[in-house]
Each structure stands twice: as structure tokens, then as C-alpha cells.
Design a protein around this ligand. Structure first.
Ligand code: MSP
Length: 640
């Protein structure tokens, strides 16, 4: 039976970080594992390029949207190539074939009566590309997911009859308890569905960067909602709507997603598929989130780790190993250089690298690099049994995506190998004239390394190819069948010297993460104690604080919180600052007063208005007050 494995397609509004890398590593590992087992496996990844968020990112970067999408999409593709990601296809939602497939799906749903036209009015978060009911908003205005300000949008829209699929979905979850993995996540999905599914607005007229709805509807101001467009990539990649060339791979065996986008994949996606009369994927597998040194990663904090930076400092495959070893699938993980270095030194360098070096050294000394497994069974049946037992346990762990348990189990092999060397002391046996025994131990370890290399291959393909080359065999389905399934031993061969695979790391090889900025969006703020957050004086002076004068102030219509201010900072023109202080100050009372302004923040958009600076304020349970100079100062005077 064929397998089809997918990653989410990544938004092209920023470059990849290690969270994206994790999803891609685990999907690549599963694919390589299935291929090693001889399964016909198709692996899809790609980029999600439509929607208002991308359009706005392109505008901020002063680039035509397509050119911007091309550039960022290429950074993902190049990155995956550098990490040897063995995708069979890299799809882009701006591909013509994809767009055609999406239009076809829309037509099918429309013809079935699952799509109808109406009006939508609601609070929309551009950043999350999602409408939220008022009851879910924070303080009646802010996005419950990202904390950013939402805007009210009323527009004509086509709706997908999601409500029609409520019962069918619930029945499906009940009948397929492994549809969502880990199983612990099923309840949040069921509860969401039981809470009532509202029909889903699946087109937009407020922007144009999207797939147009089919011409047959004669309504060309509508583009498709980005999630409808994006989710369909999993079938358009197989030729849906074109020639169905690879539809034999559908339904997908494993679709990996981060926990934040589980709802889209476990509710909307199956409902779309039901509407298209297509079978549902076997498993939607939701992984946890990665933090850095205990902090959520975000651009505003400047603590995002680019996988390429880690790979350049520590080697790409070490990162793959670390991420897959560090967290139980489904749980959140933390990247810290300390934990990473510990695993490189103790597990990769000591347990594995040294074992190979010792075997090369001993066989060079005792047998001119010749290894012969002839006496292994005779002297080491106990070790062979233990090794085969551990090897036999591996498949179940991989099937459950528990790569940390898989690697833990695999590492038992190195413990057996290292234990055999310490326990049987081949050097002593050589001195005692028991050459057969000594060489049998060396050959045992060589076989352990060979079998471990095959099973480690899906996680560290290049490194294990070097090990296999040193042991004079190739890692492929044949050697997997022979050495792992068949439990056979290597024949007589000459072992080759290789440079150390995992040099020890003594010092962190990358700069530590910058500390969090105190005014990062709400959900990103550090919960750490002050003493954990000490900064250098230089870091403080990176913030440009200046005295400013508010010269104009007005209320922002429809916003309970925002005032739009023009602030004179002594520059050639005034700055527009949008501040959430309306509940505490009237616009008129502010005009002509001085304030302290953070002057070098990247401009942000709030309710569609540019805000180019931030006012310092203190807020407690009694309210908010602006921080002002005690005496009037010239505008633009630096503070610090
Ligand atoms: N474009 C959508 C997916 C559409 S799939 C039809 C999207 N893109 S994304 O680029 O924002 O996120 C892609 C994946 O990266 C998601 O699975 C998300 O969970 C994952 N991650 C983003 N940040 C992450 C971490 N910090 N840690 C782990 N994974 C995280 O959502």
C-alpha cells in the first residue's frame, strides 16, 4: 500500500525558523523510514502564498507580491535542500495547476449545494487570517490567538456549509479514534465541533491576492479564503482538477501539523473532503511548539532561530537529531544551546562517534582493518539477542511518531557495543593469545554499528552513509532486509578510517538569545523573574527614547481603546502614533502635552493605520498614566 506524507505549507511572510524545521524533519524522517522499508511513499511540502497577510508583507518590503512570494518561497526550498529534505514535490499555492485544482474543487462544492452566497460581518484578524465572534475577542477588540487588534469587516461572501457536516464529523472521530494523533488531542476538536459549527466564509472581496473563484460563477471580485486555497494543496499536488496523475496516493497516510493549526486540519479539511466525496486522511498528527530558552520565539523579541544559523554552527544533522530526540511527539519542546551541546557530546560524540573510532582503531591494530563476523555468534549470542530485541522494538515507536523513544531504544545498541568493549576487553584477550575472541568482539561492534546506522539513516542520512561507507556497505532497502529484518551479519570486509563524525562542542557556538522586549505583544511576554532578565547597558541603549509633544489627537472610530496621535519629535515631520489609551485620556486633553516616546520601533499597523512609535505608560489595577518629563524639555531630547 502506498503512503503519502505531508507537511503544512509554510506562509511566505517571513523566513523559516526551527519550528518549521521540526515539522519538516519529522515528515522527512517518516518518509525515509517508509522508503527504507520498501514502501512506495510520496512526500509533499511547499509554501502558502496567498492572502492579505502576504500582500501586506510584500507592501512593507516595497516589492510586488509575486516577486516577494517567489523570493521567500525560494528561501524555504533552498533551506530544505540544504537539510537534504527528500520531498517528492514542493508545491506553491501560486502554481497554475494548484489554482486550477482549487477552482475545480470550489465548482464541485458549489454544484453540490455546499457553497452559497451571503453577507459576512465580523471581527477579522489579518495576522491570523481568521474571523472571530465578538465573544471570543480580548477586551472586545483584540485577537484571542495573537493579541493583535482586529478590524470589523462587512463584505459579500460565499459560505461553505460547514454546519451541515457537524454530525458526520463527530461520527467520523468516533469511528476512527486514530484519525487525530496524539489521541489526547481529540477532545479539543470534538468539543469545538460540539460547540456548534457556523458556516465558513470562504471568499473575500477586501483584497485581491488570492485564487479567483471559478469563472462560471461570473463574480470576479471574489478571491478564495486562504485556508480553503491552502488545504486543497494536499490534493492539487496529486493532480486533482488536472489529470489526477498521482491521486493513487490519496488518502494521505500521515499529515503533520503544528497544534495551532489542528482545527483547520481536523475540522475544515475533513469537511471539505466530505463535500468533494473524497476519503479522509488516515492520520492528522499534531506536534507541539518549540520555544527558545523557555521563551516563545517571535520576530518582535528577536529570538527566532533560523535553522540555517544552527546548521552552520552545529551541523544540520545534529539539529535533526536533537529535535527528534528531545521531545515526545505532540509535546512542546525547548531549544537551548546547553541541552543541544549536552546531547551532541554525550550521545553523538561519546556513545556513537567514539564507538566507531574505537572499532576502527582496534581493527587497525589487531587485524589490519579486516573485520570478520565468523565468531560473533559463538562468543556474543547474548549481545546479539539484546540487540535484536531493541531493533525489533523500533518500528512501533516510529509508527507512533515517537522519535524520542525510537532513538532512546536505538541507543541501547551503542550501550551494548560500548558495554561489550569494556566488559570483554579485546586488548587483554589479544595479550592472552585469545585473538578469535578479541576479533569477535570487534566484529560484534562493527555489526551493531551497521545495523544502528541503517535505523538511524532516516534521521541522519548523510552521517549514516559515512558510517556505512566505513563499514563497506550501502544503506538501502536491501541492506535493511538483510541486516535488520533478516538479522544477518556483515560478511568479511575492510573497515575504513573516517574523520571524527561528531567533534565535541565545548562552548556555545551561536550568540545567546536576546532578552524579550517588554512591549512585545501580550502573549509573547516573558513570565520570568526580573533577575533572569538582566540586560547589558548597551542593550538598553538600543532603544531610542525621546521627549515628544502631542500636537494632534483624535479618536479612532469603532475602537474602544485607540487614539490616533501626531507627535512632534523634532524631526522634519510629525510621527503618527496609535496608542491604546482612549479609556484613560480624552483626545483633547492630550494636545500640547509632552510624552516619552520609543522612537526606533519598527512601524506597526493597528486597525489599518500605521503607528510609528510608542508612548511610555504605566498601568496597574487603578488605571493607566503616561510617563512624562518632570519639566518641559525640547522636543527630541534623548532620554536615558
Ligand atoms: N500556512 C499555514 C499552514 C497551511 S497548511 C494547509 C501556516 N503556516 S505557518 O508558516 O505559519 O506555520 C507552519 C507550521 O509551522 C505550522 O504547523 C505551525 O504549527 C508550525 N510552527 C510555527 N511556529 C512553531 C513553533 N515555534 N514550534 C513548532 N512549530 C511551529 O500555519
Amino acid at each position: 500500500m502506498s503512503k503519502y506524507i505531508t507537511t503544512p505549507i509554510y506562509y511566505v511572510n517571513g523566513e523559516a525558523h526551527i519550528g518549521h524545521a521540526y515539522t519538516t524533519f519529522i515528515a522527512d524522517t517518516m518518509t525515509r523510514y517508509e522508503k527504507l522499508k520498501g514502501e512506495d511513499t510520496y512526500f509533499l511540502t511547499g509554501t502558502d502564498e496567498h492572502g492579505q497577510k502576504i500582500e501586506e508583507s510584500a507592501q512593507k518590503n516595497a516589492k510586488p507580491t509575486q516577486e516577494f512570494a517567489d523570493e521567500i518561497s525560494a528561501t524555504f526550498k533552498n533551506l530544505w535542500d540544504e537539510f537534504d529534505i527528500s520531498y517528492d514535490q514542493f508545491i506553491r499555492t501560486t502554481d497554475e495547476n494548484h489554482k486550477r485544482g482549487v477552482q475545480k474543487a470550489f465548482e464541485v462544492m458549489y454544484a453540490k449545494g455546499d457553497i452559497y452566497k451571503d453577507f459576512y460581518e465580523g471581527h477579522y484578524c489579518v495576522s491570523c487570517e481568521t474571523f472571530f465572534p465578538e465573544t471570543q475577542l480580548e477586551d472586545g477588540e483584540f485577537c484571542p490567538d495573537c493579541g493583535r487588534s482586529t478590524s470589523i469587516i462587512k463584505e459579500e461572501s460565499y459560505f461553505f456549509k460547514l454546519s451541515k457536516y457537524e454530525d458526520k464529523l463527530l461520527k467520523y472521530y468516533e469511528d476512527h479514534p486514530d484519525f487525530i494523533l496524539p489521541r489526547s488531542r481529540i477532545n479539543e476538536v470534538i468539543n469545538f465541533v460540539k460547540g456548534g459549527l457556523r458556516d465558513l466564509s470562504v471568499t473575500r472581496t477586501s483584497f485581491t491576492w488570492g485564487v479567483k473563484i471559478p469563472k462560471s460563477l461570473n463574480d470576479d471580485k471574489h478571491v478564495m479564503y486562504v485556508w480553503l486555497d491552502a488545504l486543497l494543496n494536499y490534493i492539487t499536488a496529486l493532480g486533482y482538477g488536472k489529470d489526477d496523475a498521482n491521486m493513487k496516493y490519496w488518502p494521505a497516510s500521515t499529515q503533520f501539523v503544528g497544534k495551532d493549526i489542528l482545527r483547520f486540519h481536523a475540522i475544515y479539511w475533513p469537511a471539505f473532503l466530505m463535500s468533494l466525496d473524497l476519503p479522509l486522511p488516515k492520520h492528522i498528527c499534531a506536534h507541539g511548539w518549540w520555544t527558545r530558552d523557555g521563551e516563545k520565539m517571535s520576530k518582535s523579541k528577536g529570538n527566532v532561530i533560523a535553522p540555517k544559523v544552527v546548521a552552520d554552527a552545529y551541523r544540520a544533522e545534529n539539529l535533526r537529531y536533537f529535535m527528534l530526540r528531545e521531545v515526545p511527539f505532540g509535546q512542546d519542546g525547548d531549544f537551548s544551546q546547553r541541552a543541544f551541546i549536552d546531547r551532541i557530546n554525550s550521545e553523538l560524540s561519546n556513545d556513537l562517534g567514539n564507538l566507531l573510532n574505537r572499532i576502527i582503531g582496534m581493527s587497525g591494530k589487531y587485524s589490519e582493518f579486516k573485520i570478520d563476523s565468523v565468531d560473533v555468534q559463538k562468543y556474543h549470542s547474548k549481545e546479539l539477542d539484546a540487540m535484536n530485541e531493541a531493533l525489533g522494538n523500533l518500528d512501533a515507536f516510529m509508527q507512533q511518531m515517537q522519535t524520542h523513544r525510537y532513538l532512546e531504544e536505538l541507543w541501547k545498541l551503542f550501550a551494548i557495543g560500548n558495554g561489550a568493549i569494556t566488559g570483554y576487553e579485546p586488548w587483554a584477550k589479544m595479550k592472552e593469545g585469545k585473538e578469535d575472541e578479541a576479533l569477535a568482539t570487534v566484529a560484534l561492534v562493527a555489526n551493531i554499528l551497521a545495523k544502528a546506522a541503517i535505523m538511524l539513516h532516516p534521521i541522519m542520512p548523510k552521517t549514516t552513509n559515512i558510517i556505512a561507507d566505513a563499514l563497506n556497505f550501502e544503506i538501502n532497502h536491501e541492506s535493511y532486509k538483510d541486516l535488520v529484518l533478516g538479522k544477518n551479519l556483515l560478511k568479511v570486509f575492510n573497515i575504513k578510517k573516517v574523520p571524527p563524525l561528531f567533534p565535541r562542542v565545548e562552548e556555545p557556538l551561536m550568540p545567546e538569545a536576546p532578552v524579550a522586549q517588554p512591549n512585545a505583544p501580550k502573549e509573547e511576554q516573558s513570565v520570568k523573574k526580573e533577575e533572569d532578565n538582566l540586560i547589558e547597558i548597551g542593550q538598553f541603549f538600543q532603544t531610542s527614547l525621546k521627549v515628544g509633544m502631542i500636537v494632534q489627537a483624535e479618536e479612532v472610530p469603532k475602537s474602544k481603546k485607540l487614539l490616533k496621535l501626531q507627535v512632534d519629535l523634532g524631526e522634519h515631520s510629525n510621527r503618527q502614533v496609535v496608542a491604546g489609551i482612549k479609556e484613560f485620556y480624552s483626545a483633547d486633553s492630550l494636545i500640547g502635552t509632552q510624552v516619552c516616546v520609543v522612537a526606533n520601533l519598527k512601524p506597526a499597523k493597528l486597525m489599518g493605520m500605521i503607528s510609528d512609535g510608542m508612548l511610555l505608560a504605566a498601568k496597574d489595577e487603578h488605571g493607566l498614566c503616561l510617563i512624562r518629563p518632570e519639566k518641559a524639555k525640547k522636543v527630541g531630547t534623548p532620554i536615558g
